[in-house]
Design a protein around this ligand. Structure first.
Ligand SMILES: N[C@@H](CCC(=O)N[C@@H](CS)C(=O)NCC(=O)O)C(=O)O
Length: 210
């Protein structure tokens, strides 16, 4: 039985839960982090010294860092390629998402619009993130094969990039017009596991005055 520690409002927890659900693994998720607390105990820090969510327990094996967890799950239970180059072609987009896209969507837009009050908000930072996301949107639009990132099956690239597509499309910001991204998101929205694990309302995370 797999255990995932982490509140379901976290996009990093959602990526793990979506992967667990798609792989059909028996699991339970424990509400930890955010308003649930529980990350500052000695027991939790023994699982994850960073005190962050998610944490995965698979029998006696413990992992943290959501990209690592998803990679482990796909290698252990999914169909991540054995061939080093085929695997790297997928991992390249998962790593690109974390290095380039995630900082814009999560730090540049989500944190600014949802986790800061109007007075704290840095409009210049939001504008810069929107501009960079348009640049990245044009690049990734040429890479997505459709209906999923690498073609007709879900891969690590989807758990990384696809999870962020929900916030990307439900937040109100100047995202430009990228039909490939819209079609990609629509295909993910057709999947019951994506709807159940990723399509959460980010408004629950809005601070008063945001
Ligand atoms: N790089 C880490 C980031 C983990 C992280 O920042 N988690 C946030 C939630 S998205 C967290 O634990 N925040 C504190 C909390 O929820 O109590 C990962 O992908 O797992």
């Amino acid at each position: 039985m797999i255990q995932v520690y982490g509140r379901d409002s976290s996009a990093n927890v959602q990526a793990v839960m979506w992967c667990v659900a798609e792989l059909g693994l028996e699991h339970e998720r424990l509400d930890v982090g955010g308003s649930f607390g529980g990350t500052d105990t000695a027991e939790y820090r023994a699982l994850n010294p960073m005190g962050l969510v998610p944490v995965l327990k698979d029998g006696g094996k413990v992992l943290w860092e959501s990209p690592t967890i998803v990679r482990y799950l796909m290698k252990a239970y999914g169909d991540h390629p054995q061939d080093a180059f085929a695997a790297a072609q997928i991992e390249q987009w998962a790593d690109w998402t974390r290095s380039h896209f995630y900082p814009q969507v999560v730090v540049g837009v989500f944190y600014q619009l949802y986790r800061m009050t109007a007075e704290q908000r840095n409009h210049g930072a939001v504008a810069a993130a929107c501009a960079e996301m348009k640049h990245l949107g044009a690049i990734v639009s040429k890479a997505i094969k459709g209906p999923y990132f690498m073609g007709d099956r879900l891969t690590l690239a989807d758990y990384a990039f696809g999870t962020l597509m929900h916030r990307y499309f439900v937040m109100e910001f100047d995202r430009g017009d990228f039909p490939v991204l819209r079609a990609y998101y629509d295909a993910l929205c057709d999947r019951p596991a994506y709807r159940a694990q990723v399509m959460k309302d980010p408004n629950v995370l809005k601070v008063p005055g945001a």
